[in-house]
Design a protein around this ligand. Structure first.
Ligand code: AMP
Ligand code: MG
Length: 420
């Protein structure tokens, strides 16, 4: 009888690292890159703000009308069950600023956004008054201060409007513009080098011989990390040769903050990355209790952080989102960004699962007429089946301790629209 060696088909293999332990160890070891640069706000979307923004002005700058109508003194408002007639003295348009005083018994016609004339504190919407002979008639349903936006009601001068560490959104850029800020300090871009390893892997530009296959991982990673705060360096394909791996990784480590390679981290006979990395840096090899994505390597080559992801294309994306992205965001200094929430969906199928490892399946979430989220898997879930992720719109995250899923059970899902 042959005794099986531990393998990725075992669940309760000794030495498997809990996913949270792997994540936390990575995060604890990751440095924050503190270098900053000044850039115009037009280029700041998706960058990490490296300074707190204190408003130099108040927004809006002037008390102004929220509607098209007539600016009046609140002391002229009609008493209960009465009405009032006010003559129209003049008109202010948006962009105009009048210093004239409004005479007693008069109002001033005002357009949306126009600064309020002094002494006037209330605006009657034009639809709510009767116009006769260059005068308006208003009834008793109006309140003091209505339809007026107060100077500084959005932002007071001197208040903090954006925190350091914020990943800047289009609204943030608009906010900066509304304050007249033209340039801001952001964290510099992270330089990330991407390599594929394997003698069987060929670039899409080449003719693939028998026994070979196209490199999908590198293109997938380059696309996934194509973000404003990252500068990508394409290292191409590195053969399974220890000397070549060593040379290429060491060279990349002289300019990249991070090196990400795929393949070569399992226990296959030709997995030379392991030997090369053990020789070149301070790198540990983990078997993480996650499916797919069990073998990963993590550590340092010179000053670069190194991630050795699995070779299987689905495992690449899953380990990227589980382990690498949170680490990159720490490096980038991002402490405030939109969350990618775990939400609950009802499983329309039974899913096999045993406690003891986290499983990340690919699913399709739909919403019923009553608003309930439902999810199905995309069928075959092998870690090499890239179409299972291409067809999906979410990850179904089956937690470490979770048991099998029955039809109708609630499961955790993470929508791609919040991730990619
Ligand atoms: P490895 O971890 O190097 O043993 O690779 C595991 C599996 O992933 C093998 O079937 C490889 O052929 C495949 N693989 C590795 N790298 C890539 C790549 N860049 N593109 C597509 N498949 C790959
Ligand atoms: Mg390989």
């Amino acid at each position: 009888m042959i005794n099986n060696q531990p393998s990725c088909t075992d669940i309760n293999e000794p030495g498997l690292l809990h996913i949270d332990q792997a994540k936390n160890t990575i995060l604890a070891a990751i440095p924050v890159v503190l270098d900053t640069q000044k850039i115009p706000i037009e280029q700041a979307k998706g960058r990490c703000l490296a300074e707190a923004i204190i408003s130099p002005v108040q927004v809006p700058p002037h008390t102004n009308s929220a509607v098209d109508g007539y600016a009046i003194r609140s002391s002229d408002l009609a008493a209960k069950n009465a009405s009032v007639r006010l003559k129209i003295q003049s008109t202010v348009l948006a962009g105009q600023f009048t210093t004239e005083s409004c005479r007693s018994g008069y109002c001033i016609r005002i357009m949306t956004g126009a600064a309020m004339p002094k002494d006037l504190d209330t605006v009657i919407m034009q639809e709510h008054c009767q116009m006769t002979n260059n005068a308006i008639q208003i009834d008793d349903r109006h309140r003091k201060g209505q339809n007026v936006r107060q100077a500084g009601e959005d932002i007071q001068q001197g208040t903090s409007v954006l925190k350091k560490g914020k990943m800047l959104s289009p609204a943030d850029i608009g906010l900066l513009a509304s304050l007249g800020i033209t340039e801001i300090k952001v964290r510099r871009k992270l330089r990330i080098a991407i390599a594929s390893t394997g003698n069987e892997i060929y670039s899409i530009a080449s003719v693939v011989p028998d026994g070979g296959l196209y490199d999908s991982n590198r293109y997938c990673l380059l696309a996934a990390l194509d973000r404003p705060d990252i500068e990508l360096i394409n290292l191409g394909i590195i053969a399974d040769k220890e000397a070549e791996l060593l040379e290429r990784f060491n060279e990349a480590a002289s300019y990249a903050d991070v090196i990400i390679s795929t393949g070569g981290v399992s226990v296959g006979e030709a997995d030379f990355t392991k030997a090369a990395l053990q020789a070149s840096g301070d790198i540990t090899f983990w078997k993480v209790a996650i499916k797919p994505g069990r073998p990963i390597a993590f550590g340092k080559i010179k000053q670069s952080m190194f991630f050795g992801l699995p070779g299987n294309p689905v495992a690449v994306l899953i380990t990227l989102y589980q382990f690498v992205l949170p680490a990159l965001e720490k490096m980038l200094g991002i402490t405030d960004k939109p969350i990618a929430p775990l939400i609950k969906a009802r499983s329309l199928e039974a899913i096999r699962k045993k406690p003891g490892r986290t499983e990340v399946q690919r699913g399709i979430v739909t919403q019923t007429d009553t608003g309930e989220l439902q999810v199905t898997t995309t069928g075959k879930q092998g870690s090499g089946i890239l179409s299972s992720i291409s067809m999906a719109n979410c990850f179904i995250i089956l937690r470490h301790d979770q048991d099998k899923v029955k039809i109708g059970d609630w499961v955790d899902v993470q929508l791609f629209s919040s991730l990619f």
